[in-house]
Design a binder for this molecule. Structure first.
Ligand code: C2O
Ligand code: CU
Length: 476
């Protein structure tokens, strides 16, 4: 094993850009969220939008423009692409129609609505649609069934297209609503930049091995840390998604309290308090943050070390959001709801079929690293065939000395156990971290019929083979 030699470039790249040198910078960018897509349909129960993918320019480093790919609102004639892309908002029960146009000059693409339960023909994977050619259109359509936080992104060469900026938040509202001073979506990412601000386009062996880790952390597309003002003593709702190719965010905020109220599939039955919250690529968490403090105090949301394997070095805590506490809120937040989400209770017994999946990585000197599921490397894999309505247990064993966040399309699952001492995630999940050299078991009920992908959400790993297809067959 030669992982040690992989370590140096990350550290060097970070210091070239002088990350951390701005710890005392007086003017941080203000926290901001992308614009909301225009709903062009007057029917209150239909959300109909026009979405365009194309080239755009952003400024991750002040004064140094970066050429990116970005989504923009096609219903606003002069709109510019933003990172993250425009916010898609709907409420439970809405019909959502997306008229998508690919204005990338030379690349085909698709859109996957990560976590959304929808018909397979709108799932946006190469297993369910022909990619949208440059200049072509495609219409995605689904009914919003679950109140939660989602995100959308391409599913063609995702490791490259997402890195270039194609990703955006989506929220479906409905159900119990805690009283909060603000409801924010915080999209976490990182990006690998050259000193002149250009995206570094080399994919190194280290990038392939770990998933590309950038040298600049991004909060809603802005160079972290960003600044945010809150009312002292107030409570806000922060929805997090990790949109990075490979980086894990382990969130911690001294002086504030985290109450985790929701995850991928919506509100938990039982919210829980935590000091640190691990958000692995693809996952979402919905957190109530209470700022115990006085006007004039300040705090920082930071990401702290988490050992995801292969001796990735600890850069120390890194600030994502610097929070200034302003005047106290005029009123105390109202008491929290007594009932939150339904607990997933799939009927699992000793007789439930257990389906084994093994995640492996292969390293040999001089040969690019490759990743497999059950010894198969996508796209040369055979789909797993199952019957609609069946409940089964997936036993996902990670053979590798590195964590893999495992994502299943089309349906939520209920995590039963996690090896390695990690917390068993509550609620409905579509992405779960499988810690290095350990096993995760989850229960799932297959529905709807169709072809659904499952894969590691470290995007380089998926592209290098750690991806499969699940064929849910209609019962006769
Ligand atoms: Cu967000 Cu198949 O992925
Ligand atoms: Cu992986």
């Amino acid at each position: 094993m030669t992982q040690r030699s992989f370590v140096a470039p990350i550290v060097v790249a970070a210091s070239v850009l002088g990350c951390g040198a701005e710890a005392d910078s007086p003017s941080l960018p203000d926290f901001s969220e992308p614009p909301t897509l225009t709903d062009i349909n007057p029917d209150p129960n239909i959300v109909e939008v026009e979405l365009v993918a194309g080239r755009a320019t952003t400024e991750y480093l002040r004064g140094k423009p970066t050429e990116v790919w970005a989504y923009r609102d096609g219903a606003v004639p002069s709109s510019k692409g933003t990172i993250p892309g425009p916010f898609l908002k709907a409420k439970v029960g809405d019909d959502v129609i997306i008229h998508f146009r690919n204005e990338l000059p030379a690349d085909e693409t698709t859109i996957h609505w990560h976590g959304v339960r929808l018909p397979p023909q709108s799932d946006g994977t190469p297993s369910t649609q022909t990619p949208v050619l440059p200049g072509a259109d495609f219409q995605y359509r689904f009914t919003a069934r679950d109140a939660s936080s989602f995100w959308y992104h391409p599913h063609v060469r995702a490791y490259d297209q997402i890195e270039r900026g194609l990703y955006a938040p989506m929220v479906v509202t409905g159900g119990p609503t805690p009283d909060v001073a603000a409801d924010r979506y915080i999209v976490l990412d990182d990006v690998k930049l050259d000193a002149d601000g250009h995206l570094n386009e080399d994919t190194t062996e280290l990038d392939r091995m770990l998933g590309r880790q950038g040298n600049v952390l991004l909060v809603n597309g802005q160079h972290a840390p960003v600044g945010l003002r809150v009312a002292a003593g107030s409570r806000e709702r922060w929805r997090f998604v990790n949109a990075a190719n490979g980086r894990y965010f382990n969130l911690h905020m001294p002086g504030a309290r985290f109450l985790v109220i929701g995850s991928d599939g919506g509100l938990l039955a039982q919210p829980y308090e935590t000091e640190t919250l691990l958000v692995t690529p693809g996952e979402r968490y919905d957190v109530l943050v209470t700022f115990d403090g006085s006007p004039g105090d300040s705090g920082a949301l930071e990401t702290v070390y988490y050992d995801r394997g292969h001796d990735i070095p600890d850069p120390g805590p890194q600030d994502l959001l610097r929070v200034a506490y302003g005047a106290a809120a005029p009123t105390q937040p109202a008491p929290l709801p007594e009932v939150w989400g339904p607990a997933p209770r799939l009927p699992v017994t000793d007789a439930t079929l257990v389906r084994p999946f093994v995640l492996s990585e292969y390293e040999q000197p001089g040969v690019p690293v490759l990743f497999t599921i059950n010894g198969e490397q996508w796209p040369d894999n055979k789909p797993v065939h199952v019957m609609r309505g069946d409940v089964e247990i997936w036993e996902v064993r990670n053979d590798a000395p590195m964590d893999h966040p495992f994502h299943l399309h089309g349906m939520f699952f209920q995590v039963l156990s996690v090896g390695g001492g990690a917390r068993v995630p509550d609620g409905w999940k579509d992405t779960v971290n499988v810690p290095q050299s350990s096993t995760v078991r989850f229960a799932v009920q297959y529905d709807p019929p169709g072809m659904w992908m499952f894969h590691c959400h470290i995007l380089e790993h998926a592209e290098l083979g750690m991806m499969g297809d699940l064929m849910v067959m209609e019962t006769e």
